[in-house]
Ligand binder design. Structure first.
Ligand SMILES: Nc1ncnc2c1ncn2[C@@H]1O[C@H](COP(=O)(O)OP(=O)(O)OP(=O)(O)O)[C@@H](O)[C@H]1O
Ligand SMILES: [Mg+2]
Length: 112
């Protein structure tokens, strides 16, 4: 393997090279549904997920982050709060390169 000598005059980048991915963007939509729930949709323009990841995202301890940087609990705790505690729904639509859209639906009035 050949090594290149370090160049003293190499320009130090002052901005992060973001040319390969678009500027991060999230879009939040809210609505009242026909079934007297509030729905909050959060869409991002991130990398999205393949189906084999998507089907596990609400599992406790499932993470695709490098070892030591994610607990994999964020979405499973969210699921417990939205679905188990509030009787609502939590879902996600995503595909690779298509971003991800999460939908949180919570009943306006708690069932007694
Ligand atoms: N907006 C998103 N776009 C693409 N993948 C996502 C998105 N949100 C979650 N995921 C996928 O779902 C996995 C589980 O998410 P979750 O929030 O439960 O854990 P985590 O983010 O990996 O860890 P932690 O929440 O502890 O930082 C992530 O590792 C990632 O693979
Ligand atoms: Mg998380």
């Amino acid at each position: 393997m050949q090594r290149q000598a370090p160049r003293e005059d190499f320009p130090v980048p002052t901005v992060f090279d973001n040319t390969s991915s678009p500027a991060p963007k999230s879009t939040i939509r809210t609505r009242v549904t026909d079934s007297d729930s509030v729905e909050i949709q959060i869409a991002d323009n991130g990398p999205g997920m393949p189906p084999e990841v998507l089907q596990k995202i609400f599992d406790p301890f499932f993470t695709t982050k490098p070892v030591g940087s994610g607990t994999g609990l964020g979405l499973s705790v969210s699921y417990q709060i939205v679905v188990d505690k509030h009787g609502g729904r939590l879902s996600c639509i995503s595909a690779p390169g298509e971003g991800a859209t999460f939908a949180i639906e919570i009943p306006i009035e708690q069932k007694k």
